[in-house]
Design a binder for this molecule. Sequence first.
Ligand code: 5GP
Ligand code: ZN
Length: 137
Amino acid sequence: MACIFCQIIEGKIPSYKVYEDDNVYAFLDITQGTKGHTLVIPKKHIENLYALDDTIAKEVFSAVPKVANALKKAFNPIGLNLINNNDKPHQTVFHFHVHLIPRYPDDGMQLSTLNHQETLTQSDYIEIQDAIKRAFK
Ligand code: 5GP
Ligand code: ZN
């Protein structure tokens, strides 16, 4: 099945575009979590974070603060959340996208707060650290 975000970029499906450059497209999420909820995507079809190469990562992430600052100027939110879902449980569109969600007092937006592991020992941290460091090789 054709990718819905590719179809948006191609103009086959309408969208409320707020920003575009040669490589990046940003548009209002059709389900506005809060006023101004925007998705920033690469124009090239990339499934998710794991598949981003250096060039596209730079292109997308350099657009993110531009859009964030426009949202800040437009709506004067008290804050803004940056969210990106990869695979389970939350990714529903498999074209990489960053959610920018401006936050307002009592906006009712329900984002789970980070759960903190209660007590990890020093060796737990070292084990976790080693596993990640090994994975770079
Ligand atoms: P995910 O759950 O993959 O992180 O986010 C996908 C987002 O894409 C959802 O928030 C959903 O509302 C949005 N979305 C899905 N289909 C469309 C569409 O056709 N147009 C727009 N503008 N947003 C869409
Ligand atoms: Zn796509």
